[in-house]
Ligand binder design. Structure first.
Ligand code: MD6
Ligand code: FE
Length: 204
């Protein structure tokens, strides 16, 4: 296996198929209460190709007028985000190595053509906590670089049930999703990929 950057831990197949199904049914409930929305890039308003929602006390949102931020309510319904399921809190407790619980879980939904450009996760106040990422559904190619823009990158295929912990020296590393590979998982009836990122937002 290619060495991953310092601070990144990869747990392939961390969640078994039964656990993935449980998570998926919990996510269906979350999306009913907090519908998927299309995020917009700050300033340009260009729509992102993924759809999003959140669970937790805080959720990550972005739109043309106000840009990237965390807020306690859904941007369309104005309602508080649903709670983070205990199954996800258990994953955080098992892998994060951080004494306080996550406050936000961003849910990204990828249709076959969706991708996510290289970015840093830096809208949180607590960089001492890692970001814990859970992948469900179709495979995707994840790209990871260093903390400086434009450096070398490596890529990693993320599959359904994989957990990636992004912390330490890599907490502010650039990363993105190059592409999704349609038809590589049977978990989602109509295909696609879901990625969940658990984050500590405020200082613990
Ligand atoms: C994705 N993931 O896998 C996008 N961010 O769809 C992320 O942007 C990400 O996997 C921070 C830490 C881990 C991640
Ligand atoms: Fe990210």
């Amino acid at each position: 296996m290619t060495a991953l950057p310092d601070g990144v831990a990869f747990h392939p197949g961390f969640i078994d198929t039964a656990g993935q199904s449980v998570l998926l049914s919990e996510l269906r409930g979350i999306v009913k209460a907090a519908p998927l929305f299309t995020p917009e890039m700050p300033r340009t308003g260009k729509p992102m190709s993924v759809q999003m929602t959140n669970c937790g006390a805080l959720g990550w949102v972005t739109d043309k007028a106000r840009g990237y931020r965390y807020q306690p309510d859904h941007p369309m319904t104005g309602k508080p985000w649903p709670a983070i399921p205990v199954s996800l809190l258990a994953i955080w407790n098992a892998v994060a190595g951080f004494p306080a619980p996550p406050e936000a879980c961003l849910v990204n939904f990828y249709r076959p053509d969706a991708k996510m450009g290289l970015h840093q996760d830096r809208d949180e106040q607590e960089f001492g906590a890692p970001v814990v990422s859970v992948s469900l559904g179709d495979d995707a190619r994840f790209r990871i670089g260093g903390t400086e823009k434009g450096g070398q990158t490596a890529s990693l295929i993320l599959r359904s049930g994989d957990v990636l912990v992004f912390g330490g020296a890599s907490r502010l590393a650039w990363h993105g999703i190059d592409r999704v590979y349609p038809g590589t998982s049977m978990l989602l009836k109509d295909g696609g990929r879901i990625n969940l990122t658990l984050r500590r937002v405020t200082r613990a």
